[in-house]
Design a protein around this ligand. Structure first.
Ligand SMILES: *Cc1c(COP(=O)(O)O)cnc(C)c1O
Length: 400
């Protein structure tokens, strides 16, 4: 058997999306890999030597203070993940079985999973085509209708999308009219701005994430922030097993083990100062995609409304298959064959089998974005030549 044939046989038999062996000189390009800021080892060493190998101590306090500055909120508690932060937020806002919890349908499942697990009924609202985040006008109409039915949601949870903040000012105004609190899932939008304020700012509670794929990371982790000191003091207590002040551990209720480790806080503390630079880099990456691909018929990009500055955590593109000559899935598979990771825009939650029973309001806009939307490699460590690999691979698929 000729070596050529066996290599071809190997490739066609492979079910792996990335054929590393096909282009050994070109390492795979991932969607959003972690990017070191420089001081991680130094701060890790300092933390290890301090002896605080606990979910408490000076590194954590420094991390929380630094984060509070970034999000312009005076009170922050660092937690084990963004999902844990959302769970704690739901608990703080008193979500109980049977309550309705409203969110946008175009988000990651972690936005709503904790509420669903608490026995709440999710209700999924469509997005505004100008921002791809929760539509404030639809929210206003739905809240008025819910008030007439006598069943307002326990909490409304706008979820930022790919670095694009939700319109918190409009959402908080709509909710305040009915006394409904707002928990902002800003897990993916650190560095994003809305009305000149950090993503989520203005909501009763803001949840953020430091997962490895986010714009800055602690390798994993999250945090809950608020302007209300009592809320964060309560969060801190619930995150550490709801201990009351007593040597014997008194418990009036049960809590969680959700506090962040000092080791993670050291990594996060090293990453936070790089945030503005990371936003600039990701926005430049987005701009380069638009410049190089935006002129091709059938390709367009995620909008940015006038009131927002997206962090462009992920660059998202829309593909009209009739005008471009290839659909989103064809493009995704062609990129994967070249070792380039891309991912469809979130499948809307109202279309997920897990939420078959959940009520919804609209959803057609989000469904259309899912059908045509693709997230492209957006890591701040990606070089310009690497990005041009992605651009060339996409251009080669155009059949005008
Ligand atoms: C990343 C993310 C989460 C979950 O955060 P983890 O830290 O991974 O638990 C939740 N919501 C959105 C929108 C996210 O992007």
């Amino acid at each position: 058997m000729a070596p050529k044939q066996s290599a071809a046989a190997l490739q066609s038999a492979s079910v792996l999306p990335f054929r590393r062996e096909a282009q050994p000189s070109q390492p795979p390009l991932y969607l959003s890999p972690p990017h070191l800021a420089g001081r991680e080892l130094e701060l890790l060493q300092e933390t290890l030597e301090s002896g605080w190998l606990a979910p408490a101590g000076p590194t954590l306090a420094r991390f929380e203070a630094a984060l509070g500055k970034v999000v312009d909120l005076p009170h922050a508690v660092a937690l084990s993940s963004g999902t844990a932060s959302l769970h704690l937020g739901y608990r703080l806002l008193g979500v109980e079985p049977g309550d309705e919890v409203w969110t946008t349908t175009l988000t990651f499942v972690a936005t709503i999973a904790p509420a669903a697990q608490m026995g709440a009924t999710p209700r999924f609202l469509d997005v505004d085509p100008a921002s791809w985040t929760l539509d404030p006008q639809l929210l206003r109409d739905e809240l008025a209708a819910a008030a007439r039915r006598g069943r307002l949601p326990r909490v409304v949870v706008p979820a930022d999308l790919y670095g694009q903040p939700s319109d918190i000012a409009a959402i908080v105004a709509a909710c305040a009219a009915w006394g409904v609190p707002v928990l902002s899932d800003s897990a993916c939008a650190l560095g994003g701005l809305q009305h000149g304020k950090p993503a989520g700012h203005g909501a009763d509670l803001v949840a953020v994430s430091f997962n490895g794929n986010k714009i800055v990371t602690a390798s994993s982790g999250g945090a809950l922030l608020s302007a209300d000191p009592a809320m964060i003091a309560r969060a801190r207590q619930l995150a550490t097993q709801a201990k009351e002040e007593a040597a014997h551990y008194q418990h009036e209720t049960t809590g969680f083990n959700y506090a962040m480790s000092s080791i993670l806080a050291a990594v996060g503390l090293a990453q936070l100062p790089a945030l503005e630079e990371r936003v600039a880099t990701r926005r430049a990456i987005f701009g380069r995609y638009v410049d190089a691909l935006g002129e091709l018929p059938g390709l367009s990009f995620m909008p940015e409304p006038g009131w927002a500055r997206s962090s462009r955590w992920l660059s998202a593109m829309l593909i009209d298959p009739r005008r471009f000559g290839a659909d989103r899935e064809t493009v995704r598979l062609a990129l994967a064959a070249e070792g380039i990771e891309s991912r469809p825009v979130w499948k809307p939650l109202h279309l997920q089998p897990a939420f078959r029973q959940a009520p919804q309001a609209g959803g057609a806009i989000a469904a259309g974005l899912f059908e045509r939307g693709l997230c492209l490699p957006s890591g701040s460590g990606m070089s310009v030549p690497q990005q041009f690999r992605v651009i060339s691979a996409i251009r080669a698929l155009y059949r005008g």
